[in-house]
Design a protein around this ligand. Structure first.
Ligand code: 5GP
Length: 200
C-alpha cells in the first residue's frame, strides 16, 4: 500500500507559478511580502527593470535595476522569461532564477502586468493567474496620491493604465479586491493553499 503523506507529496512536487497582476498602487508589493512570510515553500521572483529606484526601494530586493543596454542584452541572450514596456520602462522576469526555484519544488510568485501574465499563461500551462483589484478607481487615485512617489501626470497615466488592465480581469483564474491589506493577503493565501491541494 502506498502511504501518501503531505510531507512526501511536498518533497516530490515541482513548484508552480502564481502570477499576481495588480494596477500600480494596489498594494502588490506588500501583499507579496505577506505571502512569502506567511506561506512555506514560496518565493517571489525579482524582476529586472530599467526604471529608477523609488524612495525606499532596494536593488535585488524590490527590483534588479539595470540600464536599457543591459536589459536589451539580457533579451538577446534569452535570459528573460517574459518582458513588457510599462510607463516607458522595460520590466522582465529573469528566466534562470525562476526555473531554479521551480526545480527545487518552490512555488514562485511573479508580480507582473497583464501583458506579461498573458505571455506566461501561453508558455507555462498550469500557472495560476490572480488579479488584485482596487475597490474603486477613486480609491486607487487616493492611494497613488498618498504614496507620494509620482507626480500628477504620472498618477493620471497610472489611472488610465489601471482602467485598461481591469479589462483583462475575466482572463484571470481568481480576483481579489484589496479593500483591506490583511484581508486581501488572507484571500490570496487561501487561493495558493487550495491550489496546492489539487490532484492535478
Ligand atoms: P512599478 O513601476 O509600479 O513597480 O511597476 C509597473 C508595472 O510593471 C506593474 O504593473 C508591475 O506589475 C509591472 N511589472 C513589474 N515587473 C514586471 C515584469 O517582470 N514583467 C512584466 N511584464 N511586468 C512587470
Amino acid at each position: 500500500m502506498v502511504t501518501y503523506t503531505e510531507k512526501r507529496r511536498m518533497a516530490t512536487r515541482k513548484g508552480r507559478l502564481f502570477i499576481i497582476s495588480a494596477p500600480s498602487g494596489c498594494g502588490k508589493t506588500t501583499l507579496c511580502e505577506l505571502l512569502v512570510k506567511g506561506i512555506p515553500r514560496i518565493a517571489r521572483s525579482v524582476s529586472l527593470t530599467t526604471r529608477a529606484p523609488r524612495r525606499g526601494e532596494e536593488h535585488d530586493r524590490d527590483y534588479i535595476f539595470v540600464s536599457r543596454a543591459r536589459f536589451r542584452q539580457e533579451i538577446r541572450d534569452n535570459n528573460i522569461l517574459e518582458w513588457a514596456i510599462n510607463f516607458g520602462h522595460y520590466y522582465g522576469t529573469p528566466k534562470r532564477r525562476v526555473s531554479k526555484l521551480l526545480k527545487q519544488g518552490m512555488d514562485v510568485i511573479l508580480a507582473i502586468d497583464v501583458k506579461g501574465a498573458m505571455k506566461v499563461r501561453r508558455h507555462c500551462p498550469g500557472s495560476v493567474l490572480i488579479f488584485v483589484a482596487p475597490p474603486s478607481i477613486k480609491e486607487l487615485r487616493k492611494r497613488l496620491k498618498k504614496r507620494r512617489t509620482d507626480d500628477k501626470r504620472e498618477i493620471s497615466k497610472r489611472i488610465n493604465t489601471a482602467q485598461r488592465e481591469l479589462e483583462y480581469l475575466p482572463k484571470y483564474d481568481y480576483v481579489v479586491i484589496n479593500d483591506n491589506i490583511r484581508r486581501a493577503a488572507e484571500r490570496l493565501k487561501s487561493i495558493i493553499l487550495t491550489e496546492r491541494c489539487k490532484t492535478q
